[in-house]
Design a protein around this ligand. Structure first.
Ligand code: ACO
Length: 345
């Protein structure tokens, strides 16, 4: 029987496109910077407390990149780790996608800086911006090139130096975020389903909930935009919270429906690591058991596009995900954007 016709579950990709081939995650890697900023450190910077941050978010500490460490450095380190694990040489890489909201420069793309750093001279390279949903968007885009037989090896990286866009005087936001990067290598693997489905969505009507207003074509950089602190991330926390729960549940449920899977069949759920309370609310609505969830936000805070691949890497290295397991990744972010993907590991 063709591997795409395994009776264990429905693979919507294979049923809709018999010409395509499957796409698997061949290797995963991550990197977080050395410097740790704890809640107690933050107590000395803004009017907050470890108790408030822990209770309202679950975050205990986050990592901060050094001044001379850029998003492309974090991305390149995560990529190298994934490539080493998968025994992938730089020359094998056909395409690099970097999902980020903190590019090294507005242009050229951070993916181009990464290409140079890892020596993947054959690869095409571009950035993708879908905020915290960026990695799941990148996975869906990258796997299309494998499925269509356009490329053999695609590198998808989520990388952020959020500390560069955080207003460190704003307690509403500065306690939530951290820096880091995660990377996966996508390839076809014989006999494996790999990515079963991905559901992406966006609602531009709620673009104002989370944004960085200054420095773009709407409000080009000027002394006024700097004085008004428009180069920092802005967020309506409560509204974002509510939207996040609804969006993540909708995306996860749609993914499960397409694969005719029940949440109980998922071995590991990797949610975007934004807030423990958001994760709890999503899990409860999905009917998931706490033991199905992988959470590491207490160590890193919200690393936006990097959060899902960092968590995936830790779940795999820690033995939480075994070959053949079904994994559900689900996230949301500025845009608003959201996405979920189910993969057979
Ligand atoms: N320390 C102490 N008090 C604080 C802090 C802080 N760090 N931050 C806010 N407060 C205060 C507020 O001023 C408010 O005080 P008030 O009642 O006197 O006005 C009180 O705490 C409650 O504030 P809320 O905003 O109601 O707190 P809430 O329970 O909603 O938690 C939080 C705030 C943690 C931001 C939550 O709303 C949240 O997690 N939202 C989602 C954030 C998120 O996931 N963003 C994703 C970004 S992804 C991307 O694309 C970049």
């Amino acid at each position: 029987m063709s591997p795409h016709r395994s009776p264990r579950f429905k693979n919507p990709r294979a049923l809709h496109n018999y010409q395509g081939r499957s796409c698997s995650i061949a290797a995963v890697g991550s990197y977080v910077p050395e410097r740790i900023l704890t809640n107690f450190d933050l107590e000395k910077m803004v009017n907050t407390s470890d108790a408030w941050i822990t209770e309202r978010t679950g975050v205990q500490q986050r990592r901060l990149a050094a001044a001379d460490e850029f998003t492309s450095d974090l991305a390149a380190k995560a990529a190298r780790r994934a490539m080493e694990r998968g025994r992938i040489s730089p020359e094998q890489i056909d395409l690099i996608i970097v999902a980020t909201i903190t590019p090294d420069t507005p242009f050229p793309a951070t993916a181009c800086w990464v290409q140079e750093k890892i020596g993947a001279s054959r690869a095409a390279a571009f950035d993708l911006e879908a905020a915290c949903s960026g990695f799941i968007y990148g996975l869906e885009v990258g796997q299309q090139f494998i499925m269509s037989r356009t490329y053999e090896t695609v590198l998808v990286i989520g990388a952020e130096k959020l500390s560069s866009i955080i207003d460190w005087t704003d307690r509403n936001t500065c306690v939530l975020f951290g820096d880091g990067a995660g990377a996966v290598v996508l390839q076809h693997r014989d006999g494996a389903h790999g990515v079963l489905t991905a559901c992406l969505g966006a609602d531009g009507r709620r673009a104002d909930l989370l944004s960085l207003p200054g420095g773009g074509s709407r409000q080009p950089a000027s002394s006024r935009t700097v004085a008004d602190r428009l180069h920092y991330l802005r967020m309506s926390g409560k509204e974002t919270f509510k939207s996040a729960v609804t969006a993540m549940c909708t995306a996860a449920q749609e993914s499960l429906r397409r694969c005719e899977l029940d949440i109980a069949q998922i071995a590991c759920i990797i949610p975007h690591q934004a807030n423990q309370r958001i994760i709890n609310a999503v899990a409860e609505r999905l009917g998931a058991r706490p033991s199905q969830l992988f959470v590491n936000l207490q160590k890193y805070g919200n690393t936006s596009a990097a959060s899902v691949p960092i968590a995936l890497d830790e779940a795999v290295s820690g033995g939480r995900i075994q070959r053949g397991d079904l994994v559900l990744m689900v996230g949301f972010g500025g845009g608003l954007t959201w996405g979920a993907a189910i993969i057979e590991w």
